[in-house]
Design a protein around this ligand. Sequence first.
Ligand code: GLY
Length: 384
Amino acid sequence: MTAPKIAPSHSSEPIVVPVALAERAYDIVIGRGAIATLGARIKALRPNAKTVILTDVTVAKHHLAKVESILASADIANSHIVVAPGEGSKNYATFETVCEAIIAARIERSDLVIALGGGVIGDLAGFSAASVRRGLDFVQVPTSLLAQVDSSVGGKTGINSRQGKNLIGAFHQPILVIADTAMLDTLSPREFRAGYGEVAKYGLLGDADFFDWLEENWRDVYAGGPAREHAIAVSCRAKAAIVARDERETGERALLNLGHTFGHAFEAGAGYSQRLLHGEAVALGCVLAFEFSERQGLVGGNSVARVRTHLADAGLPTKASDVQGGVPDVDRLMELIAQDKKVKRGKLTFILARGIGQAFVADDVDAAGVRAFLQEKISARDSE
Ligand code: GLY
């Protein structure tokens, strides 16, 4: 897909991105103030549904009253469940609490669960919806940039096992996603920047024109005008196209994991804590994936420098020494990579690149080469 050099002029009409999944097709509605259309859109999709909203304490403070009043104005019965914010809520205990609360709210097969929050809430609400009464429909109202461009779209839902992230879950597509870009105004600058790591990822993996556009316009994306809506729409279109072709990740969908293999190792090494947010880990992981691709002779010219410079300009970590509190040693990093991805006879699967916008799945990457590369990266520290 091609991004225009100049973002389209601001329009009060939301941008609608369809996700073409036959009987599971749905729209992603993107725009400043798009939440105002929630009631009418639910009425059109499920005229008699009552709803239960799952949210967290922080998001509830900013947005719950408004969402409740929008639903009430459309005569849609609603109740809510509020959980603690953070990754810790993606556990068995909270999943049980949420499922029991959905049943107690008398939500039936013709009713709806609404996920109002970031990625944790979307994953937890989606998996609870997939499980209660063998499958309830749900609507995503993502309130973080990361959730608007990634986790609310595509139907991956789940919770964490004691043995790893997202190991318990289901593919369960929402029936509607409303990404109100004004809701991002309440994010901390750091949280917003972390989400931008996933936005840049779409340019890097398959759309060089979009990456060019981001290099010129990222400040406007941060500022919150029409450029923000445009960047979110391009990201969602890219994800929707990949998901429509490979819903269950048997092939191409793995490209969305660009930056995630290296990134997850550093994220897990930092204990999935505030030391390194997920989107920050993805940004660092994208730089490492490009640097490693260069090492393999796959990518040349100034591509790697452009990736590094752009993500650093946008305020994201691009080298191991940017991780607060330091990083694990190479043995631990390799252990974490092996846990994340299957190692077959000393070979690893990585998403590598032949250039900006030209990512591909490489399933025969030599583990010893990765180890030597990482060793160099974590000892070089500030040399880049
Ligand atoms: N976040 C990667 C995917 O949805 O496949």
